[in-house]
Design a protein around this ligand. Structure first.
Ligand code: ADP
Length: 417
């Protein structure tokens, strides 16, 4: 079965064509600067990246270019669009409407649109891409996979903010979380690596990329996560501040006369590693500066690790322990220093990192000492594969339901005869 995964950003369109039967990625690519000048389409069939400069005035044009490439006689991995069995769309916000992936129909489209306020940079372009798919590939089923769905199991004590309750009921102000597809993927994968069922484990999953979040996954069910109404909350990130005293916001606005938009820009784009170090949002560069003795870089790294450690402690308490702590994404998969810094001193909690294993570079791996009660794991995330698997599951379910309905009809007919 071949699934095309599509992930629309405000000016980008990422995609992969995955052959689930063969377990291979046939091609992956990215359209950048969609709607801007100098748009670029990069794609890779596994023989090195190719880059094509082409105008893309909107996401419809970007998708058309992608489909042309997919079926290109020389460069494309498939002969015709009919070779695509289904399409999986990554949708950033499904609000409270969706607790799992769904087949897209008009009602789903309307709800995704209603959630646009919660993800103004992502839901509108994703809708645009869905409409373009309907036009260009009308017979191919489309499935929506929501970043927020995994966190719809959070109990009210984890998602309600202690504000006047009307803000929740009238304006849907609550914690929604993000990165759900990644947390779901690594939780399941960790269970498989441990030879257990995810429903028998308590896991702390740490997605540490430019955006970063941690989730508490209790017996397969997410019970808390660090991102909130928006992806600004929780951990300190590349350029985002994460959790701060809310009064800091009003204090800075009042003292410096900033508008909400300016304040938003500061908290989202100028804070985090970049803000504290004054050097970069890229952890590698901050690590280099710290090694060279830059004090603000050292402070930025300490803060970054401290935020992670605090949430690991919180989620340990929330679940009454954990079988494993799992790291993923750019920082989680690659930064030996950050993994070691955020877990330092946790031996009394049964969390013992193996320094030698922590230096191993690639692939999924267990990096705790054998005596560690809590396993420490690194698992490269694969949101696209999770999306493709959801698509497969939903289509299987539909097929089975159709078969059941057909055999029920046959039975009725036989009874009548
Ligand atoms: P995104 O959220 O954009 O998908 P990624 O998951 O690619 O982000 O993570 C990007 C972050 O990972 C950057 O801060 C980068 O510095 C960090 N990173 C990537 N490789 C390494 C490495 N070898 N050592 C330390 N940090 C790394």
């Amino acid at each position: 079965m071949k699934v095309l995964t599509l992930n629309a950003g405000s000016s980008s369109l990422k995609y992969q064509l995955i052959d689930l039967t063969e377990n291979t990625v046939l091609v992956k690519g990215l359209c950048e600067r969609v709607g801007l000048t100098d748009s670029v389409h990069r794609f890779d069939r596994g023989y090195g990246e190719l880059k094509v400069t082409a105008p893309m005035k909107d996401h419809h044009e970007a998708l058309s270019l992608v489909l042309e490439m997919l079926t290109d006689v020389e460069r494309g991995p498939i002969a015709s669009l009919e070779d695509i069995d289904a399409i999986g769309h990554r949708i950033v916000s499904g609000g409270e409407y969706f607790s799992e992936s769904v087949c897209i129909d008009d009602d789903v489209l309307e709800k995704i649109n209603l959630c646009s306020e919660l993800a103004p940079l992502h839901n509108p372009p994703a809708l645009h891409v869905i409409y373009a798919c309907r036009e260009l590939m009308p017979d191919i089923p489309e499935i929506a996979v929501f970043d927020t769905a995994f966190f719809q199991t959070l109990p009210p004590r984890a998602y309600i903010y202690p504000l006047p309750y009307e803000y929740y009921t009238d304006y849907q102000i609550r914690k929604y979380g993000a990165h759900g597809t990644s947390h779901r993927y690594i939780a399941r994968h960790a269970a498989r690596m441990l030879g257990a069922d995810v429903r028998d484990l308590r896991l702390i999953t740490c997605h540490l990329g430019n955006g970063a979040s941690i989730a508490a996954v209790d017996h397969g069910v997410a019970v808390d996560t660090t991102m909130g109404l928006t992806p600004l909350d929780g951990l300190m990130m590349g350029t985002r501040c994460g959790t701060i005293d809310p009064a800091v916001v009003t204090t800075i606005q009042t003292r410096l006369g900033y508008t909400p938009e300016q304040m938003n820009e500061i908290m989202n784009k100028k804070s985090g590693l970049l803000g504290v170090s004054g050097i970069s949002s890229d952890l590698r560069i901050v690590e280099e500066a710290a090694v060279a003795g830059n004090e603000r870089a050292i402070l930025a790294l300490e803060l970054y690790a401290y935020f992670i450690k605090r949430y690991i402690g919180q989620y340990f308490a929330v679940m009454g322990g954990a079988a494993a702590i799992v790291f993923t994404a750019g920082v989680g998969e690659n930064s030996e220093y950050m993994r070691s810094a955020c877990l330092a001193g946790l031996e009394p909690m049964g969390i013992v990192l193996d320094a030698r294993k922590n230096r191993l570079r690639t692939g999924e791996r267990i990096i705790s000492e054998d005596r560690s009660r809590v396993k420490i794991m690194v698992i490269p995330t694969n949101e696209e594969l999770m999306i493709a698997r959801d698509v497969e599951t939903i289509l299987d379910r539909q097929r089975q339901a159709a078969l059941l309905a057909a055999s029920a009809e046959e039975e009725i007919e036989e009874t009548l005869v």
